[in-house]
Ligand binder design. Structure first.
Ligand code: PLP
Length: 461
């Protein structure tokens, strides 16, 4: 095969993809029946162009809420190229200049946290956090304090152990048996209040539900509680007021490490550097990935306090250090890209833009809610928002998956890429999802919500 000719032949590329590429999270059958695989060839700002030349505005930052600073940033590409030319890789037992520089920049934005462990994906970073908790349990509690609590509807990654900490039906089903020692606590979506309570009473009930699990399992068996600050794929769930204060208090009371998964919310998505900073909470372990280098390179981090780190410095014990490695955690492309990514967020005021444009996006979605009775709830923070679709506002019966897919597909035809949540609990993948690059303007957001308006009208009436 002449590969040069192939690269310059759009139809050949589509056929090579159809024949050989196994796409993520995709049912491929339609590709056997004339539907072409989607191939994205170029991006600039919020826009992407596919191989057929069609322009799209991307409201989900690369489909999976990653490209926080937008497409086409030559500055990042150049920094990565320069760094790779000088020093591409060295295994993580040694440091590198971009690794140390980025760690300093990151820790400057995370008061109370001290150490950065480099890896490649969100799943991997979370696994590091779980392993740290397990090793601490073996060192100090005879292995007994090893359970990890996670929450319904949250997602922490794709490996079997991350799925063991995963609260989403669609991602988990048929991949068991799972890693033992993971225990779920109920979700905290007030709109779907489990006992009908709301406001302060709902917050109290949600916290009591966590405490009940702690008491049932025994606090001396629980090492950490791992939560997303705002549940992303499970429904854009902004926790009720006071929830995070209560979570922090429970962790303190029962000596449980608080692990916050910032894989989605990190690096400005909600309007602060990290989602947890919206709630004034102080975690022990923070994991991050997607927005760290906005997709320009693969990098994730597991960040800890010194209190956690110091427990891995026992040189009287042959096993007294963190016996973990991530080969490509030593690739310098990640931190080189992450440094420029952070500079861009800072210099262009993207945290502020996420906050103000996030208000505009929410206002647009609320206006759609006035117009369309199918929208039951609007949630989110910063440029991270969801609109939950229901058949009826009183019963709150969720619209079905096909309807959601039809709305997403209609937007796509209009040249607007929007997202939808995963099926978390049975029947619930009924939330439209918006997480555009943090450079989004009012015009971009109006364009996106106008498309949604038309799509809902066409699909649901
Ligand atoms: N944590 C959260 C909250 C996520 O949404 C994801 C991915 O979507 C992950 C972890 C896993 O990240 P990765 O796909 O990079 O392994």
């Amino acid at each position: 095969m002449d590969l040069h000719a192939l690269t310059n032949d759009p139809e050949g590329i589509v056929e090579a993809d159809r024949a050989h590429v196994w796409h993520h999270l995709l049912q491929h059958k339609p590709h056997d029946h004339g539907v072409d695989p989607r191939i994205i060839v170029e991006g600039k700002g919020l826009k992407v162009w596919d191989i057929k030349g069609k322009e799209h505005i991307d409201s989900v930052s690369g489909g999976v809420w990653t490209v926080n600073v937008g497409y086409g940033r030559e500055r990042i590409a150049r920094a990565v190229g320069d760094q790779l030319t000088k020093m591409c890789f060295f295994g993580g037992t040694a440091g590198t200049i971009p690794g140390a520089t980025f760690s300093q920049m990151l820790i400057d934005k995370m008061p109370g946290l001290d150490r950065v462990y480099f890896a490649n994906s969100g799943s991997e970073a979370n696994e590091k956090g779980f392993k740290m908790v397990r090793q601490i349990s073996h060192k100090h509690h005879g292995g007994k304090k090893s359970k990890i609590l996670y929450r319904e509807r949250d997602y922490h990654g794709t490996t079997i152990t991350c799925l063991s900490a995963g609260g989403q039906e669609e991602r988990n089903a048929q991949y068991g048996p799972y890693t033992p020692g993971f225990v779920s606590v109920p979700h905290c979506l007030e709109y779907r209040s489990q006992d009908g309570s709301n406001g302060e009473a709902y917050t109290a009930a949600s916290l009591k539900a966590i405490e009940d699990v702690i008491l049932r399992e025994g606090a001396d068996t629980i090492g950490s509680l791992c939560l997303e600050p705002i549940t992303a794929g499970g429904g854009i769930i902004t926790p009720p007021v006071g929830y995070w204060d209560g979570v922090q208090a429970l962790c303190k009371k029962y000596n449980i490490l608080l692990h916050i998964d910032e894989v989605v919310c990190g690096l400005g998505r909600t309007g602060t550097w990290f989602g947890y900073q919206q709630f004034g909470v102080q975690p022990d372990i923070v994991t991050m990935a997607k927005g760290v280098a906005s997709g320009y390179a693969a990098i994730s981090c597991c960040v800890t306090t010194n209190a956690v780190f110091e427990q891995f410095k026992d040189d009287t014990d042959k096993l007294g250090y963190f016996r973990d490695i991530s080969t490509f955690g030593g690739c310098t492309a990640g931190p080189a890209a992450a440094i420029e990514n952070m500079h861009i967020i800072q210099e262009e005021g993207l945290l502020e833009n996420s906050t103000t444009m996030g208000e505009h996006l929410k206002a647009n979605l609320h206006a759609l809610m006035e117009k369309h009775r199918w929208i039951g709830d609007v949630r989110g923070k910063g440029l991270f928002a969801g609109a939950e679709l229901v058949m009826d506002r009183d019963s709150k019966e969720p619209v079905d998956e096909k309807t959601v897919a039809a709305i997403v597909g209609d937007c796509m035809k209009q040249g607007v890429i929007i997202g939808a949540t995963n099926r978390s609990l049975p029947g619930f993948n009924n939330t439209l999802l918006f997480a555009p690059a943090l450079i989004a303007t009012k015009d971009d957001l109006d364009h996106i919500t106008d498309a949604v308006d038309q799509a809902i009208t066409r699909v649901l009436g």
